[in-house]
Ligand binder design. Structure first.
Ligand SMILES: [Zn+2]
Length: 345
C-alpha cells in the first residue's frame, strides 16, 4: 500500500500528525466510516471523507479544520489538545477504541476505609523525570503515574468514618485497558516562575512493548514527535504500517520509508517523542487463558444452577409430602365428624 501526506495550511503540522496516526488506526478508520452513514455534517463525515481521499492522494485538511473551528491555521497548536478534541467529538463507537478507565482509590491510613472514583481517559499523561542511571523510559513514566500518593501533614484529607482529617493514600488502578493506549509525554508544562509554558526536552527511551498491571502487553505502532520550540516547532508522525510491518515518517505532504537504523535512533533517548500509540497485544496463550477462565466461570454457574434445581426439587417434595399429610388429616377429621353425626343421629 502506498501512503500519502497531508498538506500544511500554514502551521497545521500538529493536526496532520494526529490525523495520520488516526488514519493508520484501522479500527478507528472503520468505526468512523460506519458512523458517517448515520450522520450528515459532523466530524465523522469529515474524517471519513479525508481518510477515503488519503487512500488515493495527498490530501487537504481544510474541511476538518473548519469542523474543528480552527481559524488561525498559521498558529501552532498543541497536538495532544486537538487529539482530545477529536476523540471527544467523534461518535462513541469510534472513541471507545481509545477509552480506558482508571480507579482512584482514596484510603484512610487510620481506619482503612476507602472510596473509589472511576475516571475515564483517552490518554495517560506521563511525567518526565531525571533518571538516576541515565535511562529514563516510558515504562518508568507509567510506574511513576500509577504510584501511590500520600497526603499527610497539611495535606491530610477528611475521612467520613473517622470524622476528622487523617493521613490518606491515593492508589491508582487500571480498571479498563483500552484497545489502543495513547501515552502523552508531558513536554509542555506551565512554568510558574516564568509565567509561561515551556518545553521539556529531556531524553526518554521509547519502549516498543510495555507491560501494564494485570499482564496486559501493548505494542507501539505510532509516535508523534515535536522538534524545536513550543511556538515555532514542528510536528511529524512515525507510524508502522499494519499490513507490511514497516515504519514510515509522515511529515506533512511527504511520506518516507524509514530504515531500521533510523527507527532505532528515533526510539533511543528521544528528546522529541510526544504522543505514543500502543495497540493491545493478543497472544495465543493469553486468549487461551481467558477462554479457560471463562469456561471455569461457566462451569461454576452450571454447578450452582444444578444445586439450585436440586434444592427446588427437594423443597417441592417436602411440600408435596406435607400437602399429602394435611389431606389425610382432613379426611380423618371428616370421617370423625361423619362418625359423630351417625351417633347423634
Ligand atoms: Zn478513617
Amino acid at each position: 500500500m502506498k501512503y500519502y501526506g497531508l498538506r500544511n495550511q500554514g502551521a497545521t503540522c500538529y493536526l496532520n500528525s494526529i490525523l495520520q496516526a488516526l488514519f493508520m488506526t484501522r479500527e478507528f478508520r472503520e468505526a468512523v466510516k460506519s458512523c458517517s452513514k448515520h450522520h450528515k455534517d459532523d466530524i465523522n463525515v469529515r474524517l471519513n471523507t479525508l481518510f477515503e481521499s488519503l487512500k488515493e492522494k495527498t490530501s487537504e485538511t481544510t474541511e476538518v479544520t473548519k469542523t474543528l473551528r480552527i481559524e488561525k491555521v498559521y498558529e501552532q497548536q498543541d497536538a495532544g489538545q486537538y487529539l482530545e478534541k477529536i476523540l471527544s467529538d467523534v461518535s462513541d463507537e469510534a472513541s471507545e477504541i481509545f477509552k480506558g478507565e482508571l480507579i482512584h482509590r482514596t484510603v484512610c491510613d487510620q481506619c482503612g476505609s476507602h472510596t473509589d472514583d472511576e475516571v475515564p481517559f483517552f490518554f495517560l499523561s506521563l511525567p518526565l523525570m531525571d533518571s538516576k542511571n541515565g535511562n529514563y523510559s516510558v515504562e518508568d513514566g507509567i510506574q511513576e503515574f500509577l504510584k501511590d500518593v500520600e497526603f499527610c501533614g497539611e495535606d491530610q484529607m477528611y475521612c467520613d468514618e473517622c470524622k476528622y482529617k487523617c493521613d490518606t493514600t491515593i492508589k491508582y488502578k487500571l480498571k479498563l485497558h483500552p484497545e489502543i493506549l495513547i501515552l502523552l509525554l508531558k513536554r509542555f508544562e506551565y512554568n510558574y516562575h516564568r509565567m509561561s509554558y515551556s518545553k521539556d526536552s529531556r531524553a526518554v527511551d521509547v519502549c516498543y512493548t510495555i507491560d501494564l498491571p494485570e499482564n496486559q502487553t501493548y505494542e507501539l505502532y505510532a509516535l508523534v514527535e515535536h522538534v524545536g520550540s513550543l511556538t515555532g516547532g514542528h510536528y511529524t508522525a512515525i507510524i508502522k504500517s499494519e499490513d507490511e510491518d514497516r515504519w514510515y515518517e509522515f511529515n506533512d505532504s511527504s511520506v518516507t520509508l524509514l530504515s531500521d537504523h533510523r527507527i532505532q535512533r528515533k526510539f533511543e533517548k528521544s528528546r522529541s517523542a510526544h504522543l505514543l500509540f500502543y495497540r493491545k497485544k493478543r497472544i495465543g496463550s493469553q486468549d487461551e487463558e481467558q477462554n479457560g477462565e471463562r469456561r471455569a466461570e461457566e462451569e461454576r454457574w452450571a454447578v450452582e444452577e444444578r444445586w439450585a434445581k436440586e434444592e427446588r426439587r427437594a423443597i417441592a417434595e417436602i411440600w408435596a409430602e406435607e400437602e399429602r399429610k394435611a389431606e389425610e388429616e382432613r379426611w380423618a377429621e371428616e370421617e370423625r365428624w361423619a362418625e359423630e353425626e351417625r351417633w347423634m343421629g
